[in-house]
Design a protein around this ligand. Structure first.
Ligand code: ADP
Ligand code: MG
Length: 261
């Protein structure tokens, strides 16, 4: 049964997609079969970071024109990318039954994937929350700014209160160094745990990275360009910490129907 991992942030522009793509490829590089849903419908850009130009997107599958399988683009290291498409603003607010059917439709891919990544749209919209609440693991990407703290807190609170999510993994992006990133994490944890009965686990950090930025311009993910550089090693340790973090036991709709088992 695949493990489902949502990458969320609350705030946009904090590095969610960059981290999701490189984490997913780090897992693919050690032999995991990875499927990646770019659920940032309307603003999907994971394909740009991977250097792909998908001809089909999840839109055709949602509208029932094609099978979900036909929306898959084969990416690097066998990664299966399902793009959310661009400019599809009508997909941003999927109604409840469409979201339910979309989540269920991934059951058909269960036998061919070990890890299922979801790049969740920014903001605590109903779509974002339904993907987060349906996942085994939830990664929150945080930067050390009050706006990021505020939006990440809103996301954690909404997922906890509405979906019963209790376990969160946190990545600190654009940190000066490891010590500083742990300080940022502890500050966020203290604030969140004061009000919410949640468990936050620090799984790693990334510095401000020129290499990461230029990998985006070159459309070649950093962990593929150089798997021994500092950032790639940080992604390896992040991936290890993430896989050993506790899973959620959501009682509602979950990816791969785990709550029904
Ligand atoms: N650690 C980092 N160092 C330097 N630039 C970064 C880093 N993380 C993200 N960026 C840059 O920030 C911008 C937003 O990143 P992106 O991954 O698209 O964020 P999000 O998905 O949260 O909107 C991109 O231009 C990316 O190159
Ligand atoms: Mg993004």
């Amino acid at each position: 049964m695949p493990i489902s991992i949502s990458i969320a942030s609350g705030k946009g522009g904090v590095g969610k997609t960059s981290i999701a793509v490189n984490l997913a490829l780090t897992m693919a590089s050690v032999g995991s079969r990875v499927t990646f849903l770019d659920a940032d419908f309307g603003l999907a850009n994971a394909h740009l970071l991977m250097g792909y130009n998908p001809s089909n997107t999840v839109r055709e599958a949602i509208s029932g024109k094609t099978e979900l399988r036909d929306s898959i683009t084969k990416g690097p290291l066998g990664l299966q990318l399902i793009s959310g498409g661009n400019g599809l603003l009508d997909l941003l607010n999927l109604d409840q039954s469409t979201r339910f059917n979309l989540i269920r439709s991934f059951d058909t891919l269960a036998d061919e994937c070990d890890v299922f990544f979801i790049d969740v749209p920014a903001g605590a919209s109903n779509s974002s929350l339904s993907f987060v609440n349906a996942s085994d693991k939830v990664v929150i990407v945080l930067v050390g700014e009050p706006t990021s703290f505020m939006d990440a807190y809103t996301m954690v609170k909404a997922a906890h209160v509405e979906g019963g999510v209790k376990e969160f993994s946190v990545v600190i992006n654009m940190a000066d160094n490891e010590v500083h990133s742990k300080e940022t994490f502890n500050k966020f944890k203290k604030a969140a745990c004061k009000f919410l009965d949640v468990n936050l686990k620090y799984i790693g950090y990334l510095p401000h990275s020129r290499a990461l930025r230029s990998s985006i311009v070159k459309r070649k993910p950093l962990v593929l360009a150089d798997n021994k550089c500092r950032e790639s090693l940080l992604f390896k340790s992040m991936s290890k910490e993430l896989l050993s973090s506790p899973n959620n036991n959501a009682s509602g709709i979950t990816f791969f129907n785990k709550s029904a088992i």
